[in-house]
Design a protein around this ligand. Structure first.
Ligand code: CTP
Ligand code: CA
Length: 237
């Protein structure tokens, strides 16, 4: 039995995946960062590659190496990731934003290392908003050639609070962002970041039932890629 007897579910598809955490510089040696390990994004890249896709990994800071057999574009800041994502998305069937993108960056970046001084007040860091890359990807897709069947997937790490539960927040985020699927992690301190296992709910803009997946990040990634393959191959845009 040769390969030609069946098709891998993502054969011929181009999948762009962002992973890791952005770093927003303060000066040449310092940055504001986050605890994203990149493990989930790398596991997704492996699952997509194994499903036959051509994978482009947009790698912000990661604690793990990128996998073999995928094209890697290194980025540091949210603005660099934005440029790389909008560019790659123009040629992709699927875009998955699993990177932890800094919501804010320092308003000013010092060209020289910030020194502590006794004659002036201690510095105060002011921040400005970074663009919402996921939202811009949706806008770019929607303003492109009509009927473009590109699938855009967001991730959300949510905590419930007195104002609402995790799924209610996630549903609101899905509508706000306009992406097709939103993969929701329930986070508490110590959960998810850097861990090898995971439990997620996949929400869909089309309103189908929330789908749960849990297990190792590999297993969860296979479930997410399985769902993406299903949407691409069975749901008309
Ligand atoms: N995201 C993005 N650009 C940003 C911030 C987030 O593309 N500037 C993407 C993330 O990669 C993720 C999704 O948006 O896929 C949700 O990120 P999240 O931080 O949960 O959403 P926010 O809109 O930033 O909301 P919050 O205020 O809860 O952080
Ligand atoms: Ca955020």
């Amino acid at each position: 039995q040769g390969q030609s007897d069946y098709q891998l579910p993502l054969a011929g598809r181009i999948v762009t995946i962002s992973a890791g955490g952005t770093r927003e510089p303060l000066d040449p040696v310092r940055f504001l960062g986050n605890r994203s390990s990149g493990k989930q994004g790398v596991a997704l890249a492996v699952a997509a590659r194994n499903a036959g896709a051509t994978v482009r990994l947009l790698a912000a800071h990661m604690d793990v190496p990128p996998p073999a057999g995928v094209e890697v574009v290194r980025v540091e800041t949210a603005l660099q990731l934005r440029a790389a994502a909008l560019d790659a998305a123009a040629r992709s069937d699927v875009v998955i934003m699993s990177a932890a993108v800094a919501d804010f960056r320092p308003a000013e970046v010092s060209d020289t290392k910030i020194k502590k001084r006794d004659d002036t007040a201690d510095p105060v860091i002011s921040l400005v908003r970074n663009p919402d890359i996921l939202q811009e990807l949706v806008e770019q897709r929607n303003s492109g050639p009509a009927g473009s069947g590109q699938l855009i997937v967001g991730f959300a790490a949510e905590t419930g609070d007195s104002q609402g539960d995790v799924l209610a927040y996630a549903e609101a985020k899905l509508r706000r962002k306009g992406c097709d699927l939103l993969v929701v992690n329930h986070v508490g301190t110590d959960k998810v970041f850097g861990q090898d296992s995971n439990s997620v709910v996949i929400l869909s803009r089309s309103g189908s039932e929330p789908q749960e997946a849990s297990g190792t990040k590999t297993e969860v990634s296979e479930a997410i890629i399985g769902r993406i393959s299903f949407e691409l191959n069975h749901v008309s845009p």
